[in-house]
Design a protein around this ligand. Structure first.
Ligand SMILES: Nc1nc2c(ncn2[C@@H]2O[C@H](COP(=O)(O)OP(=O)(O)OP(=O)(O)O)[C@@H](O)[C@H]2O)c(=O)[nH]1
Ligand SMILES: C=C(OP(=O)(O)O)C(=O)O
Length: 225
């Protein structure tokens, strides 16, 4: 299997938009579902544009997100068995395995609006230096934005909260690269959003901030701090 070319299959989990990004609820108001969708669309588009990525599977039950991310070129599978994030990732990785047994699989959070294809390629190349599994910590240094497994190795995701320590304890090697901020910058809080905007977000997220309609108002207030 050529994992130095377009050998990776990515799995991106996404909650239903109505409940996603709850920590942005107060700041984003009614724009929160649109923001969650924009983050996911920018994440998936950048992942599909990455020279190391063969396909992206989105695990979601949200019909609008499923349609939009499917139109970008992602495979969309239901959020089975409906038992939370790690179960959803195991399901997505299992679906990839049915299509492409022994593929290299990586889980990638769906809230990375500043993701850059070239940075993702660097991270995936570095993951292949690990004997089995590797992960990238989030910008806060507490969680995880990407967990990767070589072909034939189970992903064993342990996302949620303080997942950096859990992934380390599970034997995954931490990826330490100096200039991959776009892959590390997940957006949970208004401060995270300002950090992502400073890095430069993708076109879907940028468009929401440029929107002069009512939805754009609260978002511009976040942007200004
Ligand atoms: N399919 C699926 N995706 C999930 C689930 N829980 C979290 N995610 C996704 O996993 C990634 C990280 O999730 P979190 O930061 O925990 O959740 P969030 O909705 O982004 O933000 P909060 O509501 O503020 O926790 C995001 O892409 C979420 O949409 C789940 O139960 N199923
Ligand atoms: C899902 C995770 O984080 P958060 O809920 O902070 O986005 C994680 O880092 O494992």
């Amino acid at each position: 299997m050529d994992v130095t070319g377009r050998g990776w299959s990515l799995v991106v989990p996404l909650k239903p938009l109505a409940v996603a990004k709850s920590r942005l609820a107060e700041a984003a108001g009614g724009a929160r579902p649109a923001l969650a969708l924009a983050f996911a669309a920018d994440t998936v588009a950048a992942a599909l544009a990455c020279a190391r990525v063969r396909d992206v599977t989105v695990v979601t039950d949200d019909p609008l997100a499923g349609a939009e991310l499917g139109a970008l070129g992602a495979h969309v599978v239901p959020d089975a068995p409906g038992a939370g994030l790690n179960a959803a990732l195991r399901h997505g990785a299992g679906q990839v395995g049915l299509r492409r047994p022994r593929s290299a699989v990586a889980a990638l959070n769906g809230d990375l609006p500043a993701l850059r294809p070239a940075q993702l390629a660097e991270v995936l190349d570095e993951a292949l230096r690990a004997p089995e599994r590797a992960f990238l910590a989030d910008a806060a240094g507490l969680g995880t934005t990407l967990l990767a497994a070589r072909p034939g190795v189970a992903l064993r995701p342990a996302f949620g909260g303080l997942s950096r320590a859990r992934h380390l304890a599970s034997g995954a090697r931490e990826i330490l690269l100096p200039a991959v901020e776009g892959v590390r910058q997940d957006v949970d809080t208004p401060d995270d959003l300002r950090a992502a905007l400073a890095l430069g977000v993708g076109p879907r997220t940028a468009a929401l901030f440029a929107d002069p309609s009512a939805a754009g108002g609260p978002l511009r207030r976040i942007a200004c701090g």
